[in-house]
Write a protein that binds this ligand. Structure first.
Ligand code: PGA
Length: 249
């Protein structure tokens, strides 16, 4: 059985004051039956790790460099994130792909670096609205999966997040059928490439405008093992509603 995962991506939001949200979260979920992960800005990882110590909440990064160290001003390696207290790192978020021109090759290298550092890589894939309207969604996702997942992936070091770009931060969500179609497709691709054992153990998250009021129906879709949540992860009260929906799914 795959342990379900509620992951929050704070993006470029939050200073020290936001750490009180973590106190609320750990107090509200003292013994969660699902995995909970918060990916704050890198500046907060260390303090966030201390704030959640001994709780069921883990801390992750939002990106990492593909190399272990070197002359890369402003970048952070997977080792550094781990050293600061992260257990996971998001790679290939569409905002990184768009804002920083990251390609599948870059993302695969980053994911490999994360896995080598002992972190779980949460690799994001997703189509644009244009691609969906042209009925290219599965082709696009298939290409991203082949290009961005390193060969050393296992059920422990890889989580896949399906995030349609047009659903991120927009309040628009695909139909449950559309989510199910992509998640089933991703599962089949993983099983084909990595074999049934690994393919079935990788957790698949849906991301894009997940809120407390739509979470339960999304979690009822086959092969949806949790969510990657942006806006609704910033406030413990909202994220808590999503966690509870996942616990009851
Ligand atoms: P959102 O973001 O929940 O604000 O739509 C999701 C994401 O980008 O991971």
């Amino acid at each position: 059985m795959r342990r379900r995962l509620a992951a929050g991506n704070w993006k470029m939001n939050g200073t020290g004051a936001a750490l009180s949200e973590l106190d609320t979260l750990t107090a509200t979920h003292p013994s969660p039956t699902v995995d909970i992960l918060i990916c704050p800005p890198a500046t907060l990882i260390h303090r966030a790790g201390q704030a959640v110590q001994g709780s069921g909440v883990a801390i992750g990064g939002q990106d990492c460099h593909a190399e272990v160290s070197g002359a890369h001003t402003g970048d952070l390696s997977a080792e550094m994130l781990k050293d600061a207290g992260a257990t996971s790192v998001i790679v290939g978020h569409s905002e990184r792909r768009e804002d920083h021109g990251e390609k599948d090759d870059d993302i695969r290298a980053k994911a490999r670096a994360a896995m080598n550092a002992g972190l779980t890589a949460i690799i994001c894939v997703g189509e644009s609205l244009e691609q969906r309207e042209a009925a290219n969604t599965l082709d696009i996702i298939g290409g991203q999966l082949s290009g961005s997942i390193p060969d050393l992936a296992t059920g422990e070091n890889l989580v896949l997040a399906y995030e349609p770009i047009w659903a991120i931060g927009t309040g628009k969500v695909p139909t449950l059928e559309e989510i199910g179609e992509v998640h089933d497709f991703i599962r089949a691709r993983l099983e084909r490439r990595f074999g049934e054992g690994v393919g079935r153990s990788v957790r698949l998250l849906y991301g894009g405008s997940v809120k407390p009021d739509n979470a339960a129906e999304i979690f009822g879709v086959s092969n949806v093992d949790g969510a990657l949540v942006g806006g609704a992860s910033l406030k413990a009260r909202d994220f808590s509603g999503i966690i509870s929906a996942l616990e009851q799914a």
